[in-house]
Ligand binder design. Structure first.
Ligand code: MEV
Length: 312
């Protein structure tokens, strides 16, 4: 029986460029947000007691042996044990998270990542980011239907990534660090539902949607060049253009548009929604000396939370 206490964690994430189009094999860029994290703590339990999963923020606890089929923590734990070919250990695995839920910040992927790493560590295994990402992708599929795989990838690698579905992940070297403000509308962004809506819309108008996806993919490619060469000035207009295309895809909302406008009005270099949309977060690129002013404008426009992060 394992006797050590194990702790593991995983960051939140935001998509800088390319959400939705990435589901259709176009390029996208995502970065980890380390200010918010999911953590897993695993402690030994008496022999024969099996594994208990505790979601402490939700005040919920379930024994793996009797957990319902679709329970998100149980799904991640079962997949991890199957990957390791390990029997269920005796332990208590507790999850805590400071990542806002259903806000486009990868809370589900981060919780699964922390859980998978924690459980593996408890059993004496150190999994590579690619292995963790693969397991978490399976969990994401159960909860979100047809995810592209970008969320599990950026969270498991904890590095800025350039991602094209079906291709090996590429880690991005950031030429010049830059600052983003992440502003939460406070309205949920149910990823699976919105991805399904985009799929139906594309079925009705394939040529129009594929052209929009192409344009978004081109923006992500241009953004990659700008990020790697340290051309931060080029990123703002690319974010603005990406937001316009997301409006055309039908995934923005008046609250998201208001926050994007407010950020630009207060001096941001560019802004867009981030993640699946309809709610969740916007991101704004700001020069450091203006960050507090832009954050204040975002709060006055109704953002329930503003997180400042430096991409490096
Ligand atoms: C969600 O964070 C990003 C989407 O592109 C869905 C996905 O890539 O799986 C909307």
């Amino acid at each position: 029986m394992a006797t050590r206490l194990i702790k593991s964690s995983a960051p939140g994430k935001i998509i800088l460029f390319g959400e939705h189009a990435v589901v259709y094999e176009r390029a996208a860029i995502a970065v980890p947000v380390t200010q918010v994290r999911a953590t897993a703590t695993v402690e030994p339990a008496p022999a024969g007691s099996g594994l208990t999963l505790v979601a402490s923020d939700l005040d919920r606890s379930v024994r793996l042996a009797v957990a319902p089929e679709g329970d998100p923590l149980a799904v991640a734990a079962r997949l991890a044990l199957a990957h390791l070919s390990a029997p269920e250990p005796d332990g208590v695995l507790t999850i805590n998270s400071t990542i806002p839920i259903a806000s486009g910040m990868g809370s589900g992927a981060a919780v699964s990542t922390a859980l998978v790493r924690g459980l593996a560590g408890f059993l004496g295994h150190a999994l590579r980011p690619a292995e963790v990402s693969e397991i978490v992708f399976e969990v994401e599929k159960i909860h979100h239907g047809t995810p592209s795989g970008i969320d599990n990838t950026v969270v498991a690698y904890e590095q800025p990534v350039y991602f094209v579905r079906g291709r090996p992940v590429e880690q991005l070297a950031v030429g010049q660090p830059f600052t983003l403000l992440i502003a939460d509308t406070g309205t949920p962004s149910p990823t699976g539902k919105i991805v399904a809506q985009v799929r139906w819309a594309r079925q009705r108008e394939p040529a129009r949607y594929d052209a929009l996806f192409d344009q978004i993919g081109d923006i992500a490619d241009e953004a990659r060049r700008a990020i790697e060469s340290g051309d931060v000035d080029a990123l703002g207009p690319l974010m603005d253009d990406n937001h316009e295309l997301l409006i055309e895809l039908g995934v923005s909302s008046p609250r998201l548009d208001d926050l994007v406008e407010a950020a630009r009005f207060a001096g941001a270099m560019g802004a867009k929604l981030s993640g699946a949309g309809q709610g969740g977060n916007t991101i704004a690129l700001v020069e450091d000396y203006l960050a507090e002013e832009v954050a204040e404008e975002l709060r006055e426009t109704g953002a329930v939370e503003v997180i400042r992060t430096n991409v490096r």
